[in-house]
Design a protein around this ligand. Structure first.
Ligand code: ADP
Ligand code: MG
Length: 254
């Protein structure tokens, strides 16, 4: 097994000719927690969306647990992988979005069961047992039969996290997982992310919660203008930022 959960090299994404991601490199070790920070519009969401191939990057290579995803080099030439190969890899990357995106017409339990049955071809019994265990772990044992509209924002976000975890991903990507929540619900979701980190889950968390980045992340990555402008351990990056743009950003959000 590879010690590198995710490897991104030379990732470039353009919208209407202008580069939103400009030659980004990032390797994430198995079990590592990366907090990604940066001003609005700097490319954080696009970066996560390109890693999952929701968005097609113009250039760059992605690999998950040592296996190429999307593009690979065969005999010295770059090949787009066939759709089959891409689809088989997709469950290895769990993504939780800023906006709560459960299927509204399915119960919380069914939201967690369905992708396991459809994508991983698990039996309904196996998928249901796994979903019930996850919902219980996430303090949602008595919420399984509710439709999303009958859950609080924090509960919905926890169901979305359970749904992603049910796929046994190599890595979890979180795009501002608490930014749509009422202030009193933020702490619960951050505590859950902290538990996941303590359990060894590899993750990239895009967040404006600097306290979370300081306490939970192994590494903080500051993105600016589609590039990684500074990165390192939180104690250094957050307390002794070198890049003046990072200094300015931190003084604005603190
Ligand atoms: P962040 O998540 O850091 O706030 P985004 O990745 O959402 O930033 O956006 C980065 C830049 O790319 C912004 O200038 C945004 O307007 C632009 N952008 C994002 N998605 C699209 C799209 N689908 N079409 C055109 N421009 C986009
Ligand atoms: Mg964003």
């Amino acid at each position: 097994m590879s010690a590198t959960a995710l490897s991104v090299s030379g990732l470039t994404k353009r919208f209407k000719g202008s580069a939103v991601l400009d030659d980004v490199y990032l390797d994430v070790a198995r079990g590592e927690v990366v907090a990604m920070i940066g001003p609005s519009g700097c490319g954080k969401s696009t970066f996560l969306r390109c890693i999952t191939l929701i968005e097609q990057p113009e250039a760059g290579f992605i690999s998950v647990a040592g296996k190429p995803f999307g593009r690979e080099v065969v005999g010295g030439t770059v090949h787009r992988q066939p759709r089959r190969a891409v689809d088989a890899m997709r469950p290895k990357i769990g993504m939780v979005f800023q906006a709560l995106n459960l299927w509204p017409h399915m119960t919380a339990l069914e939201n967690v069961v369905r992708p396991q049955v459809v994508v991983l071809k698990r039996s309904r019994d196996e998928a249901t047992a796994r979903a019930q265990k996850l919902l219980a772990d996430l303090d949602l044992a008595d919420r399984g039969d509710r439709l999303p509209h009958a859950l609080s924002g924090g509960q919905k976000q926890r169901v979305a996290i359970a749904r992603a975890l049910a796929m046994d991903p190599e890595i979890m990507l979180f795009d501002e997982p608490t930014s749509a929540l009422d202030p009193e619900l933020i702490g619960g979701v951050l505590a859950l992310l902290k538990d996941l980190a303590a359990g060894g889950m590899t993750m990239i968390v895009v967040t404006h919660e600097i306290g979370f980045a300081a306490n939970v992340a192994d590494r903080v990555v500051f993105m600016h203008g589609g590039r990684i402008a500074e990165e390192g351990p939180p104690g250094r990056v957050l307390k002794q930022p070198g890049d003046p743009r990072l200094q300015a950003f931190l003084s604005l959000i603190r």
